[in-house]
Design a protein around this ligand. Sequence first.
Ligand code: NAD
Length: 478
Amino acid sequence: MDGQTLFIDGRWRPAAGEETIPVVNPSTGETFGSLSRGRAADVDAAVAAARRAFQGPWSRMSPVERGRILTRLGELIQRDHDEIALLECRDVGKPLAQARRDITAAARYCEFYGGAADKLHGETLPYEAGYTVMALREPYGVTAHIIPWNYPAQMFGRSVMASLAAGNAVVIKPGEDACLSILAMVDRAVEAGLPDGVLNVVTGFGHEAGAALSGHAGVDHISFTGSPATGTLVQQAAAVHNVPATMELGGKSPQIVFADADLDAALPMLYGALVQNAGQTCSAGSRILVERGCFDEVVARLSARFEATRVGPAEADPDVGPLISAKQAERVSAFVERAQAESLELAAVAGGDDGPAGGFYVKPRLFAPVDPDHELSRQEVFGPVLVATPFDDEDHAVRLANATEYGLVAGLWTSHGGRQLRMAHALDAGQVFVNCYGAGGGVELPFGGVKRSGYGREKGMEGLKSFTRIKTVAIHHG
Ligand code: NAD
């Protein structure tokens, strides 16, 4: 499908302008394909196709039939799991084991939302005598999905499957740096029986195809996942037509470790929640706050793990693969160079060599102790850099945890029951994990942020409701 990666009204086609964008393997820096560079005219065609499908066969299909198509799509993704996982590995630079988990998760979203399609319902409301009042739950119509490059397969499952299950027709603008797994799953959606025009994809750059989609008058809802800065642009464009949006933005998520924690259980998660996908995860636990009494022990044990880490090409399934692009590797390296220039204490750096020439590798690093006002404690680095900061007591831990502009996830490690509950209430985050982190992906668990991490929720039944709106019908029958 080289250069023909727009999927509109049930068929693959090149961009109207016939321009393309190279597809680069982050492990080697080599180009191995091309994407169509969609622009406003292509977005117009995709939105029009989605509108026709929404007003046509899709809205006449029963929820159980819609659900069966999504369930079948999940089965087809699982059938071709290895092939799609290898694409994700080459395209995103994800170590093979992680790429496999992501494809399994995408299939699981199809299964979850396929099964949920006929379980979504409105309510009847008690009102004055002589009235029957219903709150109908309806799809929006055409939903736009602007997706980042870091978890394309999972985002396809999480946001697109929920919207389709709710009865919407969709237009996807995937990340220009990585989206091949999405294109492969679109082929499986056709095989699963999705009618033409229900699912459309416009590949292209954010400032072109993405901006055209966010400001399009024919879009009824936007699901945006990406950086806070782009999220602001998307909200401004959407505001022109009063289009509601869900914003899944960045994070600087803390993991808080008390001296009474089970450190054997905590340490693999403190490490894994940062190095997964080379730190390019919105919910990465990118700063750890450690009670002073066990600070040295936690830093020493984590340092040993960092030093044993090996970076390498994604297909060799290393601990840590490359970053997505040369630009992202430069951005992360600049954070590291600034920290080293000011003699920030480097507790550990990954061992081994730097990874093959041409690839976009940055070795994982642990800095400790780091001042809570330092940029590494406050900004989303989006790379394999972890910082550790000591705290004195529970109040101090909460103050430090809530001291950034983000609020996506918080991890808490303590065996004290009262503290678990007090802190779960006090932490500014959309998800709090106690003595665990991420809960294995948790397709069923509502996910989203507070503060600069965004608003609205995806995943679980809450995510399904996000793609519907309520219409109140009041009947006066006397
Ligand atoms: P990004 O904001 O640069 O891009 C995200 C998407 O927006 C891409 O498809 C891009 O092409 C598009 N885009 C860029 N400019 C646009 C514009 N002017 N108008 C419309 N669309 C535009 O983000 P990224 O670098 O791809 O991803 C990294 C960011 O995503 C991080 O901040 C990360 O935390 C965040 N993220 C959040 C979640 C979450 O669920 N909260 C999940 C994954 C990633």
